[in-house]
Design a protein around this ligand. Structure first.
Ligand code: HEC
Ligand code: HEC
Length: 287
């Protein structure tokens, strides 16, 4: 990040309360609707659960993108993320590993995964841990197929997460934060509001206090993850949740955490809960 940008960031944090006024104006305009393939309408605005105190409305990141970027998500033929979904479909049906099994051997058609994405991450009783969709995929690879796990942010993993997520497209996110998930949620919430790095910014500094404002050339969203994985114009590939978190933490000039590690698991649960009620968009298109 260039020095001039650092200045602007710091200034932005300092004038956050003034800037809040700008965020409101976005709502006054007529907003476009996210209707995919001309038939499937996504929920892009939702009332957040009562336990989320910092937001009066949850809004999909799609709403904050330019018309050109938005248009790419309106049709599966235009959505570059669908290429990866098609690749993952081939992988789903492919016999792999020492036991020559495919995902389909046990799960049948991938449509059996409908709804799975809406409740991820969730507490896994057997493991006694909070598991993300990626963890479930790796568990099937290792315990059910005798294979090595895929890298947490690898191309196969992110594509498979998009294929499985795609089965729930349109369904509202609905993660559980109670029972054994509660301590993870509390840890994630603390991370979300903790200012870190040279710039002393928290996730909330940008995605709660300043959504609707511009930072560099970017129109700041609420940093929601209902669209994940998302195809980004910036790196021309699918990006998973932890990869995106990593980039944002790095931007604050803080030490970042490892994708797949315990910190990002907790953060993912908390961020997912802020978007409970928003439609799964996997794969979304962002800049
Ligand atoms: C030999 C059978 C078998 C194969 C092959 C298999 N799985 Fe599974 N999978 C299971 C079982 C059984 C579960 C239920 C959880 C458990 O008991 O481990 C499961 C659970 C899952 C879940 C979590 C679903 C949920 O409702 O929470 C996902 C996601 C998943 N598998 C993905 C995959 C993918 C992707 C592949 C291929 C790379 C695959 N599985 C291959 C047996 C299999
Ligand atoms: C310095 C400001 C800043 C901070 C701090 C920040 N982000 Fe971001 N984040 C951005 C920008 C800019 C983008 C790209 C535009 C957008 O979607 O807001 C982004 C995008 C995202 C996205 C993608 C949203 C989508 O619709 O696909 C997620 C998720 C996200 N951030 C999460 C986080 C989390 C979690 C934290 C805290 C660890 C965080 N961000 C901290 C600036 C920030």
């Amino acid at each position: 990040m260039k020095i001039s940008n650092l200045h602007r960031l710091v200034q932005m944090a300092a004038t956050a309360s003034v800037a809040m006024g700008l965020a409101v104006s976005a709502h006054a305009q007529e907003e476009p609707k996210l209707i995919i393939n001309g038939e499937q309408e996504m929920i892009t605005h939702a009332i957040p659960p009562a336990y989320i105190d910092g937001l009066s409305e949850s809004i999909s990141g799609w709403v904050f993108r330019t018309k050109e970027t938005q248009a790419l998500e309106l049709d599966d033929f235009d959505n570059p993320g669908m290429i990866f979904v098609d690749q993952a479909q081939e992988l789903w049906d492919k016999e792999m590993g020492p036991e020559n099994k495919s995902c389909a051997s046990c799960h049948g058609d991938v449509s059996s995964m409908k709804g799975v994405r809406t409740v991820m991450p969730k507490f896994n009783e057997k493991a006694g841990e909070l598991w993300t969709l990626e963890d479930y995929i790796n568990d099937s690879l290792t315990t059910h197929m005798g294979m090595e796990p895929w890298g947490y942010t690898s191309t196969e993993m992110t594509a498979m997460a998009a294929l499985i997520g795609n089965q729930s497209r349109g369904m509202p996110m609905n993660v559980a934060i109670d029972g054994p998930a509660a301590p993870y949620w509390a840890k994630g919430k603390e991370m979300y509001y903790t200012r870190t790095g040279v710039l002393e910014l928290s996730c909330a500094s940008c995605h709660e206090d300043n959504y609707g404002n511009y930072i560099r050339a970017d129109h700041l969203s609420q940093g929601q993850i209902n669209g994940m994985p998302s195809y980004r114009m910036k790196n021309a590939k699918l990006n998973g949740i932890h990869a995106r978190f990593k980039g944002c933490v790095k931007d604050t000039k803080a030490e970042t955490y490892k994708p797949g590690g315990p910190e990002f698991h907790a953060l993912e649960l908390y961020v997912a809960s802020r978007g409970n009620g928003l439609s799964v968009e996997s794969p979304s298109v962002r800049n």
